[in-house]
Design a protein around this ligand. Structure first.
Ligand code: BES
Ligand code: MN
Ligand code: ZN
Length: 450
């Protein structure tokens, strides 16, 4: 028999569940159980075993401050099998089972240590399973060090995902083709030992609305010749976080069979230093034809995305989304818990913001501010990849990307961080899925209204 988890809100003036043994009840009273959010108290039975566990659920205000709060519970429990016991009105077992699952994630690839074993006997919805699998995939991809997750391995991961879902994959990895057709992807990736490539897969019924996801796949970002200082470079294995989030989201979309024609584009490169590295001051013509002056080789993400977005735009999809660990400025503005996104369509942006709060995958809208357009226009080329001064760094990067999307119905861009510097609630430290569950909810509402 699984041990019951009795979930108790703070505003329930602490009615302990009927049917607790006198021992358990006395233990709860004697141990100051106050139903504070995150408080977990195992209750003993007469023989010293665990009769039940009280889980504090706080107030709705407390919970609004801690997305996926239930993810903190499993780590606080002794090994064993659990099930929901009494839960407050409005407690969503499906959503909280997903939070539990996300809280159980550990990156195990490089560590033999056995992990605590706690299980929750609760049926998971198909959607909760898809979300958990997608989030886990994203975390594993980001957590894997660059040595084992270079452009080739990232392409391998995309290929496995595409194959499992029956998507059609095209891998563009010929250097001559890249140089001719995707000059900026080639430029950024050309200095690395593992050559650049463009991952392209297509899934779903061709008659359904076209949705294209573009993910930044910079497998390591040294900054290039504008080398990052050591402490800024330390975390740059996560610079394929946009690609990892894109693949996690694609997994969710495909396993839930959303009625869309999905395309995933990932420029997979390493921004490395060698004799063949591109240089500050160089000017390159992009796939779309716009020329770009390089003022900082560390602003490489927007370069590789520009060519991928141009390709995406050529078939005029209904919706184009880019996900990228694009700027340090985004992190400065909003920090690691809430992600900026950009979208010109007010109704779509409002729906996405609402979705992000509902599924507790927080997003905040930022503006494609028109008067900053001139900041990305240098004297001797069409575009500047790194406007001097760094004013509005996340916005100017977003404006840069938008120049490459003209024919798509709606464009949304996510400047994500892709990393949790420390655990938030129970959501683990390390590689992070940021925006996929919000986007999934939005896509379901936009395309699957039946
Ligand atoms: N990958 C970085 C952005 C980044 C840094 C994201 C730290 C998250 C944490 C990106 O390629 C970059 O280096 N951007 C520069 C752009 C600048 C040179 C215009 C930045 O934001 O400093
Ligand atoms: Mn960079
Ligand atoms: Zn980067």
């Amino acid at each position: 028999m699984p041990t019951p988890l009795h979930v108790i809100s703070f505003d329930q003036d602490l009615d302990l569940p009927e049917g607790l043994s006198p021992t358990a009840r006395r233990w709860a009273e004697g141990n100051k159980f106050r139903a504070k959010l995150g408080q977990v108290l195992p209750l003993p039975n007469e023989t010293g075993g665990i009769e039940a566990v009280l889980v504090g659920w706080g107030t709705s205000e407390d919970r609004s401050k801690l997305p996926m709060a239930f993810s903190g519970v499993p780590a606080k429990l002794p090994d064993g099998e659990y099930a929901f016991g009494l839960v407050p009105d409005g407690f969503d077992k499906t959503a909280n089972a997903l939070a539990w699952d996300l809280g159980c994630y550990r990156f195990k690839k490089y560590k033999a240590k056995t992990e605590p074993k706690v299980t929750l006997a609760e049926a998971r919805s198909k959607r909760a399973v898809a979300e958990r699998e997608g989030v886990t995939l994203t975390q594993d991809l980001i957590n894997t060090p660059a040595e084992d997750m270079g452009p080739a391995e990232l392409a391998g991961a995309a290929a496995s995902l595409a194959e499992a879902a029956g998507a059609k994959l095209t891998l563009i990895d010929d250097n001559a083709v890249l140089k001719r057709e995707f000059p900026l992807i080639h430029t950024v990736g050309r200095a690395a030992a593992s050559p650049p490539r463009l991952i392209d897969f297509v899934w779903g019924n061709p008659d359904h609305p076209k949705v294209t996801l573009v993910g930044k796949g910079v497998c390591f970002d040294t900054g290039g010749l504008n080398l990052k200082p050591g402490n800024s470079m330390g975390l740059m294995k996560k610079d394929m976080g946009g690609a990892a989030n894109t693949l996690g989201l694609a997994h969710m979309i495909m396993s839930l069979d959303l009625p869309i024609r999905l395309r995933v584009l990932i420029p997979a490169v390493e921004n490395a230093v060698s004799g063949s590295a591109f240089r500050p001051g160089d000017i390159f013509r992009s796939r779309k034809g716009l020329s770009v002056e390089i003022n900082n080789t560390d602003a490489e993400g927007r370069l590789v995305l520009a060519d991928a977005l141009a390709l995406a735009d050529e078939e005029a999809p209904d919706l184009v989304l880019s996900l990228a660990t694009l700027t340090g400025a985004a992190r400065v503005a909003l920090g690691p818990d809430i992600m900026p996104f950009y979208c010109d369509d007010d109704a779509a942006a409002a729906a996405l913001s609402a979705a992000s709060m509902t599924v507790e995958d927080p997003l905040w809208r930022m503006p494609f501010w028109p008067s900053y357009e001139k900041m990305i226009e240098p004297d001797i080329a069409d575009l500047d990849n790194a406007p001097p001064g760094g004013f509005a760094g996340s916005i100017t990067a977003a404006l840069f990307l938008r120049r490459f999307v003209e024919a798509a119905g709606t464009y949304m861009h996510f400047d994500i961080y892709g990393w949790r510097p420390k655990s938030v609630g129970g959501q683990p430290k390390g590689g992070a899925a940021q925006s996929p569950r919000a986007i999934l909810d939005y896509l379901i509402k936009r395309y699957d209204q039946n």
